[in-house]
Design a protein around this ligand. Structure first.
Ligand SMILES: [Cu+2]
Length: 176
């Protein structure tokens, strides 16, 4: 199998060399380069596949359970979500409402969200976003961000407010 893969790789390189012009005399170099490239090219192919775009097209899963209300404050007591740490069931939703001190938003740190959950969670946040896993900013009291936890696997999902992260405006949603 290893030989087969090697042969294919060499074949590709040879074709590439031919397509590019004369076959170069530095075959040894090409083979050496290719050996290290072949595994890398496999992963780069995966990465190049529009995974982000394709995975981003997963349909949002609607809220089928309870909607938990979270207030977003910025006042003398600081910038905060209330409650900051709460538990929902899969299928529940969370509605984050600006009370004051905006602009606020709701964002998840992509590094803390499993790859297979990220796509669904991002989709469940709707289309009014700053970017992946990051809602739009809401400034006026009463404005809100609603997120569905439909089809979201049980686990802990740390979230924060992008403008006020450094000021400690963050929390953790536990999905049961
Ligand atoms: Cu904020």
């Amino acid at each position: 199998m290893r030989f087969y893969g090697f042969a294919v790789a060499v074949g590709v390189i040879t074709l590439g060399a031919c397509a590019g012009g004369e076959k170069k005399p530095t075959d040894t170099t090409h083979v050496a380069v290719d050996t290290s490239t072949s595994s890398a090219s496999t992963s780069s192919t995966t990465a190049t596949t529009p995974g982000g775009t394709t995975s981003g097209s997963v349909a949002p899963a609607p809220i089928t359970g309870k909607v938990h209300e979270v207030k977003m404050y910025g006042d003398a007591k600081g910038y905060r979500f209330e409650p900051a740490n709460f538990t929902v069931k899969e299928g529940d939703g969370a509605k984050f409402v600006v009370v004051g001190g905006g602009p606020h938003n709701v964002a998840f740190d992509a590094a803390t969200v499993a790859a297979d959950v990220k796509t669904q969670l991002d989709s469940n946040m709707g289309t009014d976003k700053l970017g992946e896993l990051s809602s739009a900013l809401k400034t006026n009291p009463g404005e809100s961000v609603t997120i569905s936890f439909g089809k979201i696997k049980p686990g802990q999902y740390p979230f924060h407010c992008t403008p006020h992260l450094a000021l400690g405006m963050k929390g953790v949603i536990t999905v049961q």
